[in-house]
Write a protein that binds this ligand. Structure first.
Ligand code: PEP
Ligand code: MG
Length: 582
């Protein structure tokens, strides 16, 4: 085997931190088998196992083809002919022999790596028909690996080890399902900073990098790696020197972060006395304890969809929701919990699986549109939130609102829920605050009218940026255009705040240290961020001067490009809390 040299891959850092360990490479829909070195004596046995798995796979595919031919005809059955051909493809076999002799690793791992390489090459060909063959290759790969399953007991031993997860892409539900006791960090070949996958990585406190060109080609299962989530580096086969450097840095960062956490009881107030409520964004029950630990003044955004659509086929009923919401409200008392009603669609789980396919999911059946078209389900959630409000302080807000008509409809439904609860004799807080998220430009433009119907706004800068600049928040091809400091976005934020009711910032922009001065200067009354970011943002606010921020924000509102606005805010951030940029 050729000696391993250290390789440094650049990516986009989307969740800070450092982690080190073994890579577990996962292809789309197919987990990489654990890697094991083998001795020359084991070679014949490995080939026998592989041949047996090929035969089993061939039998399965033959019988599938025959069955499909009977029910659907020759065209559909031909899919399996293509898969059978690929199973013993001479180029794949040649590459497999070569790689097996070179690596001397278990056959599952070598076969996996070889097929991955073919799939990757195929993804880049011009011919759309050939590109579509990637799915067939992935199917064959999955079947062969499953048919080699007797070797999986060894696999499970490695599965339980801590690892860095490498994947082409991860869906928010893949990320939500991760076992954080074993996954140390995430790296993906594509992705963007404001996808829900990145947001979840941050909320789970997992260092993460996305947009690493050719990641799947360059990594191998079982390889040692260092993930530097500060500088956007994935270091493969790190030398002793690199590992020592990162261990040192990791310890240093952990110590500095702990010092910030210890300041959790200090008020989040600027040097000249302007209070900014600092709340937490949460999505999972296991984060509830972290809310108090990081010193959050309650929850500014609870993304209820992760609880409601947890993969099971039925939504929790009113009673189950009430118990869950009540637990959170009681944990946060005396602070307030802002419940954001179901926001399905977009890059998150669809509400109904059969309706999942939409040509433009971010412009489609998403957020409040789903709730208003399913009043029974909407009311169930509203009643559960209202009942929880009797046990502490709760507020409710609505995603993807585009204008006044929707808000009027929402208010009528809330009134119905109130009447129903009164009739049932259920307690609830009659004064519970009602708000809307400002994430669609039309809602921002109508902010001064919306103030007649709601108590507060919460600006979702992730979607507001996406919809204002027309740049898909999860499309890595346009990720560099996704700029919350675009003058158009900054003016909409300012216009919303100027409407004069309490206005929070709950998008990812609020967790960006360089942009805190801008948000404070524009007049945000609250910032809500993931619990891991919170101690840093508190420190930042405490080192700012509101008057200085306000003047800078006025200048920013006159600027004509994103770069200038960012530079203005960052300069003030660097001046006010340089230690956070070390
Ligand atoms: C936002 O859009 O900024 C937001 C906070 O909501 P989400 O990220 O869940 O869409
Ligand atoms: Mg949103």
């Amino acid at each position: 085997m050729t000696p391993d040299v250290e390789i440094r891959l650049k990516g986009l850092p989307v969740s800070p931190g450092i982690s080190m360990g073994m890579l577990r490479v996962e292809a789309r829909g197919c987990a990489a088998p654990p890697l094991r070195s083998i001795t020359p004596e084991e070679t014949p046995h490995e080939w026998d196992r592989f041949e047996a798995a090929l035969q089993r796979t061939e039998e399965e595919l033959n019988s599938l083809r025959d069955r499909i031919r009977k029910v659907s005809g020759d065209m559909e059955a031909a899919i399996f002919d293509a898969q059978i051909l690929f199973l013993r493809d001479s180029m794949v076999m040649k590459a497999l022999h070569k790689e097996f002799d070179r690596r001397m690793q278990n056959m599952e791992s070598v076969y996996y790596a070889v097929v991955q390489n073919f799939m990757e090459a195929m993804r880049h060909v011009d011919d759309p028909y050939l590109r579509s063959r990637v799915t067939d290759m992935a199917d064959v790969l999955q079947r062969v690996l499953r048919n080699m399953a007797p070797a999986r007991s060894a696999a499970h031993a490695a599965d339980v080890e801590s690892h860095l997860l490498a994947a082409y892409d991860l869906t928010p539900s893949d990320t939500a399902d991760l076992d954080t006791s074993r996954v140390l960090g995430l790296v993906t070949e594509v992705g963007s900073a404001v996808s829900h996958t990145a947001i979840l990585a941050r909320s789970l406190g997992l260092p993460a990098l996305v947009d690493i060109p050719q990641l799947m080609l360059k990594t191998t299962n079982g390889q040692q790696a260092v993930l530097d989530g500060y500088n956007g580096l994935l270091i493969l086969n790190p030398t002793e020197e690199t590992t020592t450097h990162y261990r040192h840095l990791q310890a240093q960062k952990a110590k500095a972060y702990q010092a910030l956490v210890e300041m959790k009881d200090l008020p989040s107030e600027t040097r000249d006395g302007r209070r900014i409520r600092l709340a937490a964004n949460v999505q999972f029950a296991h984060e509830f304890d972290a809310i108090a630990r990081c010193g959050a003044e309650g929850v500014g955004l609870y993304r209820t969809e992760f609880f409601l659509l947890d993969g099971s086929s039925r939504l929790p009923d009113e009673e189950a929701q009430y118990r869950h919401y009540r637990e959170l409200v009681e944990k946060c008392a005396p602070h307030e919990v802002v419940f954001r009603t179901l926001d399905s669609g977009g890059d998150k789980l669809p509400f109904e699986k059969e309706d999942a396919k939409e040509d433009n999911p971010f412009l489609g059946w998403r957020g409040i549109r789903v709730s208003l078209s399913r009043p029974d389900i909407f009311k169930q959630q509203l009643r559960a939130i209202m009942r929880a409000s009797a046990h502490g302080r709760a507020a409710v807000m609505f995603p993807m609102v585009s204008g006044v008509t929707e808000v009027k409809e929402i208010r009528a439904i809330i009134d119905e829920c109130r009447a129903e609860l009164r009739a049932r004799g259920e307690a609830f807080d009659e004064q519970m605050r009602i708000g809307v998220m400002i994430e669609v430009p039309s809602a921002a433009m109508m902010a001064n009218v919306l103030t007649r119907y709601v108590d507060f706004f919460s600006i979702g800068t992730n979607d507001l940026t996406q919809y204002t600049i027309a740049v898909d928040r999860v499309n890595y091809r346009v990720a560099q255009m996704f700029r919350p400091t675009h003058p158009g976005v900054v003016r909409l934020i300012s216009h919303t705040i100027e409407a004069g009711i309490p206005t929070a910032i709950c998008g990812e922009m609020g967790g960006n240290l360089s942009l805190v001065p801008l948000l404070v200067g524009l007049g945000a009354s609250e910032i809500s961020v993931g619990t891991h970011r919170l101690p840093l943002i508190r420190f930042a606010i405490r080192h700012l001067d509101y008057e200085e921020c306000r003047q800078m924000a006025q200048q920013a509102l006159q600027a004509s490009d994103s770069k200038t606005i960012r530079a203005l805010s960052k300069a003030l951030a660097l001046k006010s809390y340089p230690s956070l940029f070390d």
